[in-house]
Design a binder for this molecule. Structure first.
Ligand SMILES: *Cc1c(COP(=O)(O)O)cnc(C)c1O
Length: 352
């Protein structure tokens, strides 16, 4: 194996057994009971002896209508959007051109670039986690990236950057800009309606954060020429039958999930206000996602994370992921009772 692969640890998932799980941007709400029964009925006669619909055509038509994918755009599905990131980077591997993203951002861009032997360039965000347009321009001019990834809103910061700045990067990027809209259900703006005409812009979405993390389905929309080219790298039957049926069912009943998303947004804003008023919380960053990034007093980040875990609450310690994130913690918006338990434990941890 290549030494750079061996040097990289496997993706770490924290053990959440017995803990209130606020670490992974999952929707905390179960489906209403009658909906779950209807879903189980829809899964009857699954024909698991047959391979799945290879193109997931039925699901594609539903996604197009439900999410408003422009008619002019092509669509490709991945086993989670992580697989689409892998396909995109595989497509440019060997070209000699790197992948660029602002940092801190979603770790999989860098992880998959390294795994595929593609150089990864991180350009720092501003200290308030907005895009540093000058840094991005300089990096694009110097490195001629084949791909630029922009998480919109960004993870782990929650920032929904100024749309004009995102557009400027897409316009000036010599390669393709992938706007990763994993948190679209909670955000005020999207680029999806812009996709299909401009060769330089693709939009990626996932159903994970909406409430179907267990199904593993993401999609990428771009010009048909790009999508056809990327389809050559997709493994046959990558979207299994149970996922196709389950997501199709969920989209038919999407009002239930949309209502949950609206509730999560309300709860996010309440949680954000409460965090702002918590002694020992130095900064709460504005979020357009289903999580909140906040900073505790200097040096207290990891101890606060550990105290919360000891109190039965699992959040994410991102303090060592990037210098700009020192003493920052990321909490996923949970159910109101879970958020209250988190706030109480945080108050205690910071008072100690
Ligand atoms: C969670 C997340 C993803 C991964 O989504 P999956 O579809 O579950 O693989 C992609 N991008 C960002 C920015 C994310 O936070």
């Amino acid at each position: 194996m290549r030494p750079e692969v061996l040097a990289q640890p496997a993706y770490q998932v924290a053990d959440a057994t017995g803990l209130i799980k606020l670490d992974a941007m999952e929707n905390p709400h179960p489906w209403p009971g009658d909906l779950e029964d209807a879903w189980l009925a829809a899964l009857r006669d699954p024909q698991l002896n047959r391979y799945p619909d290879a193109q997931a055509l039925g699901l594609a038509a539903q996604v197009r209508t439900a999410h408003g994918v422009p008619e002019a755009a092509g669509l490709i599905f991945g086993n989670g959007s992580d697989e689409l990131i892998q396909i995109l980077i595989t497509a440019v591997a060997g070209s000699g051109r790197p992948v660029l993203a602002p940092e801190p951002t979603f770790v999989m861009y860098g992880v998959l670039a390294r795994a595929l032997g593609v150089p990864f360039i991180g350009a720092p965000l501003n200290a308030d986690f907005t895009l540093d347009l000058d840094a991005m321009r300089a990096a694009m001019a110097e490195h001629n990236p084949a791909l630029v990834f922009l998480a919109y809103p960004n993870n782990p910061t929650g920032t929904l950057d100024d749309a004009a700045r995102v557009q400027a990067i897409a316009d000036e990027n010599p390669g393709v800009t992938v706007v990763d809209e994993a948190y679209a259900p909670f955000a005020a703006h999207s680029f999806l309606s812009c996709v299909g005409e401009d060769d330089g812009l693709m939009v990626m979405r996932t159903v994970s954060k909406l409430g179907l993390a267990g199904a593993r389905l993401g999609y990428l929309a771009g010009t048909p020429a790009w999508i056809d080219a990327l389809d050559r790298l997709r493994l046959p039957y990558n979207i299994n039958t149970l996922t196709q049926r389950s997501v199709a069912f969920a989209l038919e009943h999407r009002e239930a999930l949309d209502a949950q998303a609206r509730g999560i947004v309300e709860e996010r804003d309440r949680l954000s206000e409460r965090l702002t008023g918590t002694t020992g919380v130095e900064q709460v960053f504005p979020s357009q996602a289903n999580f909140i990034l906040f900073r505790v007093r200097a040096g207290a980040g990891h101890a606060t994370f550990a105290a919360l875990r000891d109190a039965g609450i699992l959040i994410k310690d991102v303090g060592r992921a990037h210098p700009l994130l020192a003493d920052c913690l990321r909490v996923t918006v949970g159910r109101p009772d879970e958020n209250d338990a988190f706030l109480a434990a945080l108050g205690q941890a910071l008072a100690a």
